[in-house]
Design a protein around this ligand. Structure first.
Ligand code: ATP
Ligand code: MG
Length: 409
């Protein structure tokens, strides 16, 4: 778990602002669910054999013997909120969230134990247009923040429950014959969660996975019609994608559409945004038959791929040449209008020489000095530390003076 500060925190805030604006525009409502939920919410919905439930959740019993977890993901929590708050009565059921998730994973770049996600969920009847809407929202968002071109969109369908069931049987049969070639991790998954083997990053497994039966040959009419609708729709929208028949999502609640935006890097943390359709989730958690589709994106992974567009900030230091004028300097900065690309440092201790040297250590490009003689005429000294030149200007012109200096930068 890492502290967030400085440039990185500023990037998180910048991204949140864009995400919030875009979601609101498409009529998604912001929701903030608690960081802690009953363990059953995730056990029941994600599946006992998912990585999250089997090894990644931070769970504990509280003083009242309630078994709780720090939420590992947002979808099940929002679905729980949908039921608890009777959202099924609402006309529009589209939500977005921004928040921290917790998973006890092996920490590495792009894989943290507390990380942040943007997510959207769209509940209602099963409708291809809902899947397309959440994907186009993802696409627009990634475009707006300038990283869409660095990513490829992969899509697949897990079919409906029946098709998926038949596929899993055949996959198991195939993989059982190849047991001696599989990694230990995959052997463990073989009985409980064979679909996840398709997602393996192990090179031995990958050879076998290439030969595996493909899910689309097990689709019934409903499953193939739905998937055809999605691919046709994406083409009509001009959203480029690749089919990846091995793309599976590791959680039990997914069916039909599955998609991921990935970078072209060959590493296991290359998925930036991932989502899919979850038709039985609300029902699994005790709600009605509403279906849903949504996605989540890792903010830290977006930040790792962000092309910096930050405007440079300039720093100036402000001080007096004698302690008795410190309050005058405070008054001066009190009245200054904040500017996007300017930071001011008030230097309040040390002698004149010390202040000057601190100003340059702080990478100030100039200083504003309140000096006794000039101040008698309400004038200030501007000392340019780059050209080492000096001039005076009058206090009542300070805004114009500063704007002029910044314009030339
Ligand atoms: P992965 O295959 O990378 O483990 P996942 O399938 O566990 O991903 P999801 O549960 O689909 O991930 O979460 C959606 C997104 O959240 C991921 O695509 C990724 O960008 C981000 N994410 C997931 N786990 C972490 C983590 N531990 N640290 C940082 N970001 C994460
Ligand atoms: Mg994971």
């Amino acid at each position: 778990m890492r502290d967030l500060f400085g440039e990185e925190l500023i990037k998180h805030q910048y991204l949140s602002q864009i995400f919030r604006k875009l979601c609101t525009f498409y009529n998604y409502e912001e929701i903030a669910t608690p960081l802690v939920e009953h363990i059953q919410i995730f056990n029941r919905s994600l599946g006992e054999t998912s990585d999250i439930v089997s090894k990644e959740m931070y769970n504990f019993k509280d003083q009242g013997d309630d078994h709780l977890v720090l939420r590992p993901e947002g979808t099940a929590a929002v679905a729980r909120a949908y039921i608890s708050n009777n959202f099924q009565q609402k006309l529009v059921n589209k939500y977005f969230y921004i928040g921290s998730m917790f998973r006890r994973e092996r920490p590495q770049s792009g894989r943290l134990r507390q990380f942040n996600q943007f997510g959207v969920e769209f509940f209602g009847n099963r409708n291809i247009l809902s899947d397309l809407e959440v994907i186009l929202l993802a696409d627009n968002f990634l475009n707006k923040i300038g990283i869409r071109k660095k990513l490829r969109l992969e899509i697949n369908s897990l079919g409906n429950k029946e098709s998926r069931g038949k596929y899993i049987e055949s996959l198991k049969e195939f993989l059982n014959k190849k047991k001696s070639h599989l990694s230990e991790e995959s052997l463990r998954r073989l009985e409980k969660n064979p679909l996840r083997i398709l997602d393996s990053k192990n090179s031995k497994d990958l050879e076998i996975v290439k030969e595996c039966p493909k899910i689309n040959s097990f689709f019934d009419k409903e499953s193939s019609d739905f998937f055809d609708g999605i691919t046709k729709g994406l083409k009509q929208l001009g959203i480029t994608f690749e089919l990846n028949s091995n793309l599976v999502r590791g959680l039990d609640y997914y069916n039909h559409t599955a998609f991921e935006y990935k970078t072209f890097e060959e590493k296991s943390q290359n998925t930036i945004l991932a989502g899919g359709r979850y038709d039985s989730l609300i029902n699994m958690l005790g709600g009605n038959n509403s279906t849903g589709v949504g996605w989540a994106a890792g903010i830290e992974r977006i930040v790792l791929n962000l092309v910096s567009k930050n405007k440079e900030k300039f720093t100036i230091s402000v001080f007096s040449n004698s302690p008795e004028f410190n309050f005058e300097v405070l008054n001066l900065i009190k009245n200054l209008k904040p500017k996007d690309n300017l930071q001011i440092n008030f230097l309040n201790s040390g002698n004149f020489k010390k202040k000057l040297s601190k100003a340059s250590k702080l990478k100030s490009f100039a200083c504003i000095i309140l000096a006794e003689n000039e101040w008698k005429e309400k004038k200030l000294i501007w000392k340019d530390l780059i050209s080492d030149s000096q001039e005076t200007f009058s206090l009542d012109m300070i805004e114009e003076f500063l704007n002029n200096k910044l314009d030339k930068k």
